[in-house]
Every structure is written in structure tokens, then in C-alpha cells.
Ligand binder design. Structure first.
Ligand code: SF4
Length: 431
């Protein structure tokens, strides 16, 4: 509707019905000119926009070019930076299978949370994995690789068509597919795509909402694996703001409270994403200590625990995980503040020319002399400001903990439990 009213060349930032109803799993959706929507997920920002009664913000592209303090230096640095991105094997893999390449990798590692976090492997993984998704997209004349904005060279995104070869969804991410697939046991990619499409339409976080469904399934509200019922509840209950719809639309913690379930995978009220912290302990440290609640993107320890990026740390051992998560969270806070996509981090961790080239680009753009140490200090400052905000808002170190069931229930196939002490977790903030 907005394309028709404002033209295809306009960028749009909008909320859907979930934001209008101020549900705490509500997203803000963002659409670049000529592209499909992407979601600003986690944390329920759509509810904030809804509470201000702002439905959408449109942005006209500027006719002026971005001014560069030193255009030659910028171009030279950009060349080095782009080469580093294109030559890294993980970023190259993202262009082929998207982020969903991770289903088989994390399943193999025994860290794919399944059936509301009761196992680390999903029997139906082949049906939902990146390789199957890629072949299905090709068969149905979709697009296995495109970018979500014009400048990206990684191109991890894709367009997924339905069986009639008509557009169904795009930016079909590992997290969404894991959460509906393994965590809710839905081994049908078309059901998962349909649910993803509805969540995009409603403006709902596609990690928070499916994890909430997993807890609702455990409560007996619907059966594990029932993708059609998930779609019905999304459309009819959440879309219309019925009591059940509001309970699920308010996220995982809300479902746990409403139905008296104790296996509720949240930290600081936010759903735990697609990597089990018992089998991949580095990411557990990030979930526990992240200022935003459970959030893999704050310090993606999967890189070093599983993918061998930035070195190697044993995922099942506690050794080195606090330092790893701390270093990654500091670096991520700095990278996030540049506005770069986080997927540049693989090359930044492995290629010694990548991060300096990014800093050179920033310097050439603004005519400043930022150094590598400045960037590290920037990341540390950001984390400390966020932490102080949380402390002033009433959070304490007791909120930097994972739910108890991770200690009490060992997960297959490694029989692993979460075994960090409170003191070990608190030492994260010693910097
Ligand atoms: S790598 Fe980042 S910017 Fe590029 S298409 Fe993927 S999500 Fe978008």
C-alpha cells in the first residue's frame, strides 16, 4: 500500500498490528527502496513505536552524494575491505545457503535446541536445512542469493517462493527456521515459510514468537509439530488480539507465566536464540551477560566455538569462554556503532587487513584519525554505558543468569549442563 501511495523509491520504517497492539514481541520493519522488508527485531521496539501512535516513517533518498573527506583514500580502503569480505569462506558460504547453512552444522555439534530446549539434535533437520532450502528455491524459480540493500557484497539473503512459484517470503533466516523447525518440531519448510510470512505481516519478532510457541506447545495449547495450527494462531488469535493471541504475542516469558511452565528459555525476559548454551558454552556467557537479554548477535561465540573463526575454543569446556564472549561483545558494540552488518565480523576476526581497512574508510569519510585502540575503547564504553543504564533501571548481577533448567537438565547428545558459577559470570564485567 505504501509503495502504491509513495512510490517504490521511498524507504519505509513501519510497525504492523503487533506494534499497534503494543505486544512485547513486536518488531519494527524496515524496507529499503526496491527491496523486501527486513526486521529490526528483539526487545519489542515495535511496541514503543505503537505506544507513540507512529504507524510508519517514510524516507526519501537524498539526491546529494555522501561527502568524503578523502575520496581516494576511501576508495583504496574500500577495495581492501571488499576483498577481505569476498575471500572469507564463511561469508562466501552465506551467499550460497544463507544463514540457514547453520542448521546442519549446529545439529551436528549437538547444540540445536529442539522441542522447547529438551534436546540438542532434531530428527527433521534435513527437511529444513540450508541445502534443502537452496534446492527448493532454485526449483521454484526463487532467488537463492540477493542483498537486503544495494551496497552489500555478501548477499546472504534470498527469496523463497511457494509451490506455485509465487513469492512467499524473503530474508528466510536460520534463527526463524530453527525456532519454528527444531524448537517447535515443524519439519515442513513451507509451513515455516508461511508462518514467517505472517509474522512479517503482523510485525512480530520471528525468534521471540516461535520460542513462545515452543513453550505453549509444552503447555498443551497446541501439539509440537503442528505448523498449520501455528499459522492459524498467528493469523486469527495474534492478528486479532484475542486473549491467547496477546499471551503469545507478548513473548516467551508471558506464555510461561500464563500457563505455569518452568522450562522457559529466556534471559532478562527475552527468548534464547538458536544455540543451546549447555553444548556451546561461549554463547551461553553472551546470553547471560548481554545488556539486551539473550541475544546471540551481541557476542557471537559460535564463530570461535564451532566455526573456527578467530581461533578455536572448545564449545563444551568453560575454559576461555568468559574472555571470548567479553572480547566479542566489545568488538561487536564497536562494529554495530558503525552501521555495518554484523556479517563482516567473520572477515574482521580472521583477516588482519579487514578491520584496519574499515577504520581507514571511516577516517577517509570524516577526515579523522581513529585508531584500532580507539575502536576497542569505544566498544568498552558502549557496554559500560548500557550496563549502567540497566543498573539504574533496577537490574542486578542476578539478572545475568541463565534459567535454572539449564543446570538441572542435561542435554543430549553430549549430556552437557550449564555449569558456570555466579562468580565466574560476574567476572565478565572486570574490564
Ligand atoms: S550480509 Fe548483511 S547486509 Fe548483506 S544481505 Fe546479508 S544481512 Fe543484508
Amino acid at each position: 500500500m505504501l509503495n502504491a501511495r509513495l512510490g517504490e523509491k521511498i524507504g519505509v520504517i513501519a510497525v504492523g498490528p503487533a506494534g499497534e497492539m503494543q505486544m512485547s514481541a513486536a518488531n519494527i520493519s524496515v524496507k529499503d527502496p526496491g527491496s523486501r522488508i527486513r526486521s529490526c527485531g528483539r526487545g519489542g521496539l515495535g511496541a514503543v513505536m505503537g505506544s507513540k501512535r507512529v504507524k510508519f516513517i517514510s524516507i526519501e533518498p537524498t539526491k546529494n552524494k555522501v561527502a568524503l573527506a578523502d575520496a581516494d583514500a576511501f576508495r583504496a580502503a574500500n577495495k581492501v575491505f571488499t576483498k577481505a569480505l569476498l575471500s572469507h569462506p564463511i561469508t562466501a558460504g552465506l551467499a550460497q545457503y544463507g544463514t540457514n547453512v547453520l542448521v546442519n552444522i549446529i545439529n551436528e555439534a549437538g547444540g540445536l535446541p529442539t522441542r522447547n530446549f529438551t534436546s540438542g539434535q532434531f530428527a527433521g533437520h534435513e527437511a529444513i536445512c540450508g541445502e534443502t532450502m537452496h534446492d527448493t528455491i532454485v526449483e521454484r524459480d526463487g532467488q537463492p542469493s540477493h542483498n537486503c540493500h544495494a551496497g552489500c557484497v555478501i548477499r546472504c539473503s534470498q527469496i523463497y517462493n511457494d509451490i506455485k512459484k509465487e513469492y512467499k517470503t524473503s530474508g528466510f533466516e536460520y534463527e526463524t527456521i530453527w525456532a519454528l523447525g527444531a524448537d517447535c518440531c515443524i519439519d515442513d519448510l513451507d509451513d515455516v515459510a508461511e508462518a514467517d510470512r505472517i509474522m512479517d505481516d503482523l510485525g512480530l519478532d520471528s525468534i521471540e514468537t516461535p520460542v513462545a510457541f515452543g513453550v505453549a506447545m509444552e503447555a498443551g495449547v497446541l501439539e509440537f509439530g503442528d505448523g498449520k495450527e501455528v499459522c492459524r494462531i498467528l493469523r486469527e488469535e495474534i492478528g486479532n488480539g484475542t486473549p491467547l493471541g496477546r499471551i503469545i504475542g507478548n513473548g516467551t516469558a508471558s506464555v510461561g507465566k500464563a500457563f505455569g511452565i518452568t522450562r522457559v528459555p529466556v534471559v532478562k525476559g527475552q527468548a534464547i536464540p538458536a544455540y543451546d548454551p549447555r553444548a556451546i558454552k561461549g554463547i551461553g556467557v553472551t546470553y547471560a551477560t548481554s545488556t539486551q537479554g539473550a541475544d546471540h548477535t551481541m557476542g557471537y561465540a559460535i564463530a570461535t566455538n564451532i566455526l573456527g573463526v578467530g581461533g578455536s575454543v572448545d564449545p563444551l569446556s568453560k575454559k576461555g569462554q568468559i574472555e571470548l564472549s567479553r572480547n566479542l561483545q566489545i568488538a561487536t558494540a564497536a562494529i554495530d556503532s558503525t552501521g555495518m552488518c554484523l556479517f563482516i565480523a567473520f572477515a574482521a576476526l580472521d583477516d588482519e587487513k579487514c578491520l584496519p581497512a574499515l577504520i581507514d574508510m571511516i577516517n577517509a569519510r570524516f577526515g579523522i584519525t581513529l585508531t584500532g585502540d580507539d575502536v576497542t575503547s569505544l566498544g568498552m564504553n558502549i557496554l559500560k554505558i548500557e550496563r549502567n543504564f540497566n543498573l539504574a533501571a533496577g537490574f542486578t548481577n542476578k539478572d545475568d543468569r541463565l534459567p535454572e533448567f539449564f543446570r538441572d537438565e542435561a542435554i543430549a547428545p553430549h549430556n552437557a549442563v550449564w555449569d558456570f558459577s555466579d562468580e565466574e559470570l560476574d567476572s565478565f564485567w572486570n574490564f
